[in-house]
Design a protein around this ligand. Structure first.
Ligand SMILES: Nc1ncnc2c1ncn2[C@@H]1O[C@H](COP(=O)(O)OP(=O)(O)O)[C@@H](O)[C@H]1O
Ligand SMILES: [Mg+2]
Length: 361
């Protein structure tokens, strides 16, 4: 046994860490397995057995992963094999399909790391069933492909009607306060709906490669002055500025406005306790850096890397979740198309800074 090579205290430490590893391995609610370079399974946990719909570990031990993979997905495992064992990548992730015992198919996310044991390298693989998430993603995509006019036309009419209604309500001298509140709320909800629909439609448009910019030179004050009216209305937050608002940039004004509105809305929604939201403008060599800063609870590091992904939302427990996870994706597509940069810096408990740059000309 290799453990005889260790002095007593080291050996104890080694055995202890072995035991800890075993406990974590067995108790994990995600499927865990250990594989040889040839993809043969040499260890599994109960969650892995359940995930594939089998009864006991022995059903899986000694079999090969490819037995549970449809032929047209074999290449996924071969890629994983190559990355880990040939290219010696420390870890590798992929999404693929597995076949359960009852022949049904599930989508899984697989993360593998390589670890040395007894002179050879084994693959430690964590498997998560993402079938539901996957179906949801497909549904969203199908929904988005709806002809945009069918959604847009009635909402635009609704908006016009509500504007008119609100105008009439304001003109009345004797009006039930309740009616006035309702008319106002209807207008606010329509604005929210328009926002969501626009996000969806823009996403599908950009997916089809239809993101066209109309660049002009304009002072940033033109977008910053208009973007925060709704925030001043909500009374809990106020927006302050730092830097020179008159600085000019060369960009698509309407789209930059859209980005700012999303960043401010996000700060209001996801940093509700941050009274102050700061828009800061900072001159760089040939460009300007625009930051939206809040002092909210911040974003966990594991989520930060994914914030600009399509549909990505940080899990928020019971909190209100009114968006679709598209705002930042759309913002980053727009900024990338400008050839500029967008990013975020967030510290837990201190707040978040979302920033992007725009060129002078
Ligand atoms: N200022 C912020 N503070 C904390 N979390 C944020 C902030 N801005 C964005 N987020 C997180 O990023 C996610 C993605 O934002 P976004 O793409 O605009 O989508 P949506 O607002 O529709 O959820 C949000 O769901 C939220 O979890
Ligand atoms: Mg948003």
């Amino acid at each position: 046994m290799r453990s005889t090579k260790y002095p007593d205290s080291k050996q104890e430490e080694f055995l202890e860490s072995q035991m800890r590893f075993r406990t974590v391995f067995d108790l994990s609610t995600l499927g865990n397995k250990i594989i040889l370079p040839g993809l043969k399974i040499i260890q599994v946990n109960p969650a892995m057995v359940a995930l594939l719909g089998y009864d006991t570990k022995e059903d899986l031990l000694g079999t090969e992963i490819l037995n549970y993979s449809p032929a047209d997905h074999h290449q996924h495992w071969q890629t994983l094999q190559r990355h880990l064992w040939e290219d010696s990548s420390p870890s590798f992730s992929l999404e693929t399909i597995l076949i359960k015992k009852d022949s049904s198919l599930i989508w899984v996310n697989v993360t593998s790391i390589l670890f040395p044991e007894s002179g050879r390298h084994l693959g430690y693989t964590i498997v998560e069933d993402i079938t539901e998430k996957h179906a949801l993603r497909l549904h969203k995509e199908e929904f988005i492909s709806i002809d945009s006019h069918e959604l847009k036309t009635p909402i635009t009419s609704l908006k016009a009607v509500l504007q008119l209604l609100n105008k009439m309500v304001r003109k009345e001298t004797i009006i039930n306060e309740k009616i006035s509140t309702l008319a106002n709320e209807a207008q606010l909800y329509t604005a929210k709906l328009i926002h969501l629909v626009e996000d969806l439609l823009n996403t599908s448009k950009y997916e089809r490669g239809e993101l066209h910019l109309q660049k002009i030179i304009f002072p940033l004050s033109h977008v910053i002055d208009g973007c925060c009216n709704h925030v001043k209305l909500d009374r809990k937050h106020y927006v302050s500025h730092s830097g020179d608002l008159n600085v000019k940039v060369y960009a698509d004004r309407h789209k930059i406005d859209q980005i700012l509105v999303n960043l401010i809305n996000n700060a209001v929604k996801y940093a509700p306790d941050s009274e102050e939201i700061i828009i800061s403008l900072e001159r760089l060599e040939n460009s300007t850096k625009i930051s939206v800063i809040d002092r909210g609870q911040g974003i966990p590091p594991k989520d930060v890397a994914h914030l600009f992904d399509r549909y990505y939302q940080v899990e928020k427990g019971e909190k209100e979740n009114s968006g679709l996870g598209l705002g930042l994706y759309i913002s980053s597509e727009i900024i990338k198309k400008h050839g500029d940069e967008i990013g975020v810096k967030s510290i837990i408990g201190k707040g978040s800074t979302f920033w992007f740059t725009l060129p002078d000309k």
